[in-house]
Write a protein that binds this ligand. Structure first.
Ligand SMILES: Nc1ncnc2c1ncn2[C@@H]1O[C@H](COP(=O)(O)OP(=O)(O)O)[C@@H](O)[C@H]1O
Ligand SMILES: [Mg+2]
Length: 235
C-alpha cells in the first residue's frame, strides 16, 4: 500500500514543558501526544495562557520540551544538533507567528523570492502572483514590512509560508489582526492549500467561527490538550 500521502508529518510523544516563574514550577504543557497527517488541517483552541503557543513552538523546534520527543517527517528533532535542527526547520516548517516572520530589509516580493534562492528552486512567478493577489497584497509588492499595517504584514507572512515548500505549517493566531471577512478568506485559503498540496497545518485560534474549515479540533486547557469529539469540517 502506498501511504506516502497520509504519513504523519508531525508527531509529539509524551511531550511536556515546565517553566519556573517566581520560584514556582508552572506546567505550561502537560504530557501530550499529538499526530497530524499530510493534508490535514487542525485547530488548537483555548483561553489565553493555556499553553497553545508553547505547544506550537515546541512542535516546530523553536523551543525544547522538558520531556518527550517531537518528530517532523519521521525525524526526531529533539535529538538533532542546533545546526541540523535549523536545517530541518528551514526546509520543513513554515511558521506564521504573532511576531511576524518577515525580513525587515526585504520588500514583500523579495521575501517570497528569497525562498527560491534558499531552496534553489526556479521562481514560481504564476503561483507568486496568484498568492499575492488572493491575499490582496499584490499592490504592496515593492514595500518593506515597516510600511505595512499589522493586517497587511500578517497576510504577507501567510503568502510567504504558502509560497514556500515546507510540509508543516504552524500558525499562531494567523487572523489576529484581520477583520472577520478577511479572516474567513485567509483561513479558507490555508485550508485549501493544506489539502491540495498535502501539507499539514496546525492553527492556534480563539475564534470558534473558524473551526468549520478544520478537519480536527483540539482544546487546550491548563496545559492539557484534548481532541474535541464529534467535530466535522463543514467548509
Ligand atoms: N518563556 C516562558 N517563561 C516562563 N513562563 C512561560 C514562558 N512561556 C510561557 N510561559 C507560561 O506558560 C503558560 C502557557 O503560556 P502560552 O503557551 O504562551 O499560552 P497561550 O499561547 O495559550 O496564551 C503561561 O502560564 C505562561 O505564563
Ligand atoms: Mg499564545
Amino acid at each position: 500500500m502506498d501511504d506516502t500521502k497520509t504519513h504523519a508529518i508531525l508527531e509529539l510523544s509524551g511531550v511536556s514543558r515546565k517553566f519556573v516563574q517566581a520560584g514556582k514550577a508552572v506546567v505550561a504543557l502537560q504530557k501530550t501526544d499529538f499526530t497530524i497527517k499530510a493534508g490535514e488541517f487542525a485547530a488548537v483552541i483555548g483561553p489565553s495562557g493555556s499553553g497553545k503557543s508553547t505547544f506550537l513552538t515546541i512542535a516546530g523546534g523553536l523551543q525544547n520540551p522538558s520531556s518527550g520527543s517531537v518528530s517532523i517527517d519521521g525525524v526526531d528533532i529533539t535529538r538533532l544538533s542546533v545546526k541540523e535542527l535549523s536545517k530541518v526547520r528551514l526546509a520543513e516548517v513554515g511558521f506564521i507567528l504573532q511576531a511576524s516572520n518577515l525580513v525587515p530589509y526585504l520588500t514583500v516580493e523579495k521575501q517570497l523570492k528569497l525562498i527560491d534562492k534558499v531552496t534553489g528552486r526556479k521562481e514560481q512567478t504564476d503561483a507568486m502572483n496568484q498568492l499575492l493577489k488572493t491575499l490582496d497584497v499584490a499592490s504592496l509588492r515593492h514595500k518593506y514590512p515597516a510600511d505595512l499595517s499589522g493586517g497587511e504584514r500578517q497576510r504577507v507572512a501567510i503568502a510567504k509560508v504558502l509560497y514556500g515548500t515546507s510540509s508543516l505549517i504552524l500558525a499562531d493566531e494567523p487572523t489576529a489582526s484581520l477583520d472577520s471577512s478577511r479572516a474567513f478568506e485567509v483561513v479558507d485559503l490555508l485550508a485549501r492549500e493544506t489539502r491540495e498540496r498535502k501539507k499539514a497545518t496546525v492553527m492556534v485560534t480563539h475564534d470558534e467561527r473558524l473551526l468549520k474549515y478544520c478537519d480536527t479540533v483540539y482544546e487546550m486547557s491548563d496545559g492539557a490538550l484534548k481532541k474535541r469529539r464529534g467535530h466535522t469540517r463543514i467548509a
